[in-house]
Ligand binder design. Structure first.
Ligand code: PLP
Length: 372
């Protein structure tokens, strides 16, 4: 996990959205599997002009508490609707809630009243994502009600989330943007001293549409090395490596793995690698999947098991037990990208990263970690 590359990717988002926008790095799901604490610590110490955060973004109250545990005292935005029992905890950790319902706003206001504190919230607008948010078409109904119920709170922001900003065709994104603008124009005016911050951009919209010039941007996947749509490549961050634990020659006709789905076509040299789907190396990768050993690409053979994966080393005669095998990342001039692995598995980079399990040791390089 290259924390310097995470920082460089955040700086790239900074350049795309301009110096005026606040950055809200998304560190939900354990910072997309990288490890919440090291990522928060690495980004928190960056100065704002280079991409230092205005806030951190998480999905749940528990994740917000983890950001506090990592030592960040600034804003933390909780983006998923929170469960009824969690409002007090959210207030105790000084989190900022995102709300999609008047009920939720009333709960948050009640906690604020009981504590005698003005708590902050951001209102989500549903412009087509459909999973949360006030309906964009009905701003006439909810806009005034949110301003009224939220009167005892601090209505700090208003945002929407794009469903297709990473697709080649940006027309649906521009349509969502137009809907959001119509909502922003129809909302009751914010007090002059407390302008309401508008934000829409995930990584793709930040890098491809300059964040639409909004007050804040909320990058996630681009920080962690995933491709955020055509032309929105990021610096690689994550490498997935394990060691050869066994190397041997097998006779033609030998079978390997559950279901014996692969059979040696000749005398072959197989290597067993100490990693499996129990570490997050997805079973779907076995079909056509490759690894790098000593700079050579070799095929995965048979099914990936929970703890072990077999590769055919017949074309890498120098490979020995103890050698490092790379499933994601570079090795002597060749590289297997995160998105290449995701595509082979029929999924997206997000799922590959968040699927890396707790058993897999994370080794950090750069800012907050030891030199790698
Ligand atoms: C996860 C998330 C993001 C980040 O999206 P990426 O595609 O990873 O950049 C931004 N905003 C919200 C509300 C999110 O839930």
């Amino acid at each position: 996990m290259d924390l310097d590359a995470v920082g460089a990717n955040l700086a790239r988002v900074r350049r795309a959205v301009g110096a005026a926008a606040g950055l809200v790095p998304m560190v939900k799901a354990n910072a997309y599997g990288l490890g919440l604490e090291p990522v928060v610590r690495a980004l928190a110490r960056r100065p704002a002009p280079e991409g230092g955060p205005w806030a951190f973004g998480v999905a749940t109250v528990a994740e917000g508490e983890a950001v506090r545990g990592a030592g960040w005292a600034g804003r933390v935005l909780v983006f998923s609707p929170c469960a009824p029992g969690e409002y007090e905890r959210a207030a105790a950790a000084d989190l900022t809630l995102c709300v999609s319902l008047l009920d939720a706003l009333q709960r948050w206001a009640a906690v604020a009243e009981s504590l005698g504190r003005r708590l902050a919230f951001h209102a989500e607008v549903d412009t087509g994502m459909g999973r949360a948010g006030f309906a964009w078409q009905r701003v006439g109904e909810w806009g005034a009600a949110v301003a009224r119920v939220g009167g005892a709170l601090r209505w700090e922001g208003c945002y929407t989330h794009f469903h297709s900003a990473d697709e080649p065709d940006l027309a649906p994104t521009h349509e969502q943007w137009a809907r959001f603008q119509s909502v922003a124009a129809a909302l009751p005016a914010a007090p002059a001293a407390e302008p309401r911050l508008l934000h829409v951009a995930n990584s793709a919209a930040a890098l491809r549409c300059a964040g639409f010039g909004c007050d804040l941007a909320r990058p996630g996947i681009a920080l962690y090395g995933g491709l955020a749509g055509p032309g929105a490549a990021a610096e690689p961050v994550v490498a997935l490596r394990a060691r050869l634990v066994l190397v041997r020659e097998v006779d033609a006709g030998s079978t390997v793995g559950y279901g014996a789905t692969y059979r040696a076509r000749r005398r072959e040299r197989w290597g067993t690698v100490g990693i499996g789907y129990g570490d997050g190396l997805r079973r779907a990768l076995a079909a056509g999947g490759e690894a790098l050993v000593g700079g050579r690409r070799v095929p995965i053979v048979g099914r990936i098991s929970m703890d072990m994966t077999t590769i055919d080393l017949s074309d890498a005669p120098g490979a020995r037990e103890g050698d490092v095998v790379t499933f994601i990342g570079s090795d002597a001039g060749d590289a297997i990208s995160l998105d290449e692995v995701a595509a082979r598995c029929g999924t997206i980079s997000y799922e590959v990263l968040t699927g890396l399990t707790a058993r897999l040791p994370r080794v950090y390089r750069g800012e907050a970690g030891a030199p790698g």
